[in-house]
Design a protein around this ligand. Sequence first.
Ligand code: TRP
Length: 448
Amino acid sequence: MTVPATSRGAWKSSAGFIIAAVGSAVGLGNLWRFSYTASTGGGAAFVVLYLVLVLAVGIPVLTAELTVGRATGLSPIRALERIGGRGWRIVGAMFVLLGFLIFSYYSVIMGWTARMVWDSARGTIPADTGAYFTAISTGKAAVLWHAAGMMLTIWIVLGGIRQGIERAATILMPILFALLVGLATWAATLHGGGAGYSFYLKPDFRALLNLDLIASAAAQAFFSLSLGMGAMITYASYIQSKELNLPKQAGIIALSDTAVAFVGGLVVFPIIFHFGLQESIGSSAIGALFIALPKAFHSLVPGGALIGTIFFIALYIAALTSAISLLEVVVAGIIDAWGWSREQAALIAGGAILLVGIPSALSLDWMGFLDKFLGEAMLAVGGVLIAILTGWIWSEGADAEVAHGFPYPALRRAWLWLLRIFIPVVLAVVAYTTFKQVVPLARALVGG
Ligand code: TRP
């Protein structure tokens, strides 16, 4: 049994691992991106398509990442080198860089959320939430709240696997679930909310024939499950038990993540429709929900400040436990590659990400470009590489590793075949479609 060196740290229990992995998956992607993608992409038909992609692409790739992580007990750079050979170090390094850059703008959005907690609690969100959003989303305030979130994330990651990450997730995630269930229940009592449910869920199956939509659902699933850049490899490298059934863990993580995204929509849409704010979300711009929801809370005369505060606290918790995993990929990569201490790695990497994130706190266009390019296109590229590595190059090793805890050879074979052909094809289409969308964004940036 190759127990990972305990000096790297390890989860206290399998439950601790799962809750931390669900914490990584459940994030801004669930509560903010999912709802508007679903509402503009065919409602219930999108939800069904999304579920199919989670099952056929998300769970197999998640299983692959967990397998690589547990088998090697290493973070991406050295893990990929160990199973694929020296050349794969470059892919591992690309993963760490992706974590670094994705976190740089993710932290800025997390900062907006914190700011909204603060302002809703004090009841100081003005009626013109469009102007409010413009004021807080870029500029000095955005930089400061970004820095505050970064420091909080660094502080948790400094605590290490058990005392930092596992403990934070174990405390925060149950609070998040309780807040969401409470919010969805409250939203169900709103007059006019029914129109919100039907807008969210009215199936339009014609939408499913649209390749762009399929690609955006797959990209959304990838981002939401934290796949394609080694976050799950890193978390799985701290698993101690060789008996843990990895496909089952992947299923639990993926279904919890999907359930939260779905419930997120059940919170958001009745609120939007109750207050007649549907026009403001159709635009599906980065800030849509950050404009419509505060407006709703503002109009809700008794209790709007309270509900708004609860909503943004939930969003902040979701973002924070994801941010932790993004930073941990970078920190673990540095520790394993250069032998730095966790303190050094967390402080220096976190500080660098803080600086690199500043442009995203100054320009929404820049942030939108990074999100498309890195958060969609490059994650799909990362997914293709992981699928090829586990499906073709390391398939015997992968099969043997999953066999611990998963004694079903036929299912393992089916899994490997999905990774060999179907998944690389789907993800290549995602990469192609999203790269095409990156080009005009990049042009607009350089053209000014
Ligand atoms: N999954 C998170 C969300 O839905 C974001 C996230 C965390 C992430 N770690 C990641 C995305 C790694 C891609 C890769 O918000």
